[in-house]
Ligand binder design. Sequence first.
Ligand SMILES: C[S@@+](CC[C@H](N)C(=O)[O-])C[C@H]1O[C@@H](n2cnc3c(N)ncnc32)[C@H](O)[C@@H]1O
Length: 281
Amino acid sequence: MEKLEALEAKYLKLKAQRDSLKRQRDHLESELALARAPLEAMQREEDKQRALRHRQQSKLPIPPEALRLRVHGAADEVTFLSLGDAIAFGVREILIAEARPMESFQRILDFGCGCGRVIRFFEGLPKSCELFATDIDPEAISWCRENLKDLATFSRNNDEPPLDFAPDSFDFILAISVFTHLPESLELAWLRELKRIARPGAILFLSVHGQTRFWRVPSASYDELERRGFCYARCGVTAGLPDYYQASFHSEAYIQEHWSKFFYLRGIVPLCSQDVVICQK
Ligand SMILES: C[S@@+](CC[C@H](N)C(=O)[O-])C[C@H]1O[C@@H](n2cnc3c(N)ncnc32)[C@H](O)[C@@H]1O
């Protein structure tokens, strides 16, 4: 009986400590948010200037709101353009760090290109680089075909492989925010397919929701993520995209164990709130 009371007292003490730590954390978080506010305002202004500059300098049309929303989750043009620009810039920087600058590739594929948020910022590459892009979304692809035709060759693919490309077709493949939405069976099928169409030595940048996004994992999926290092969480349907298009999250250990069956893994680096897995065939 005494032991039980002692345990109960200990439990209550720990609970009080936990509540106090939670209050301290909330307080620190609100202080941090205040401190960050001016920086975030500066970032927003910089993003806006960047987007305006792109609109002035590039003749490429901007996709309609419905298509932007589908890939970007927000309706405004400014963040659509500035995030696309930031991702494209980050991709080029990582390639330079890998000693494989974008200009060194001959055939580049943007897998899951959507309405061209990223690929539009690859305008101006030398003629020796041929750009291809593919997506399941027929409306996005037909918009790209009409409006970005001088930039790349666009094609529509099915939910499942294969793609209409010969083996060993590309020396660089980019998939931004595609493996962040697939169930495991489709993920494995697409990894196998991308390996098929990559040339020996090709580089692939495949982005995932890594550790820094785990706070977005719905509580019902947290156990699975802890247990397996991977979870596929149902978050609702995105209008215009198939039902399987949900949210998946990957730990580094899961990537190392499963993706290394397909590719040599050169590293995992952060890029605009996702992680890019740098793979090599
Ligand atoms: C978040 S959007 C990103 C689009 C583009 N990569 C970007 O960064 O703007 C995800 C894209 O993946 C596409 N997608 C989903 N499943 C796919 C699949 N099996 N094959 C090709 N694309 C797919 C969707 O249609 C959508 O355009």
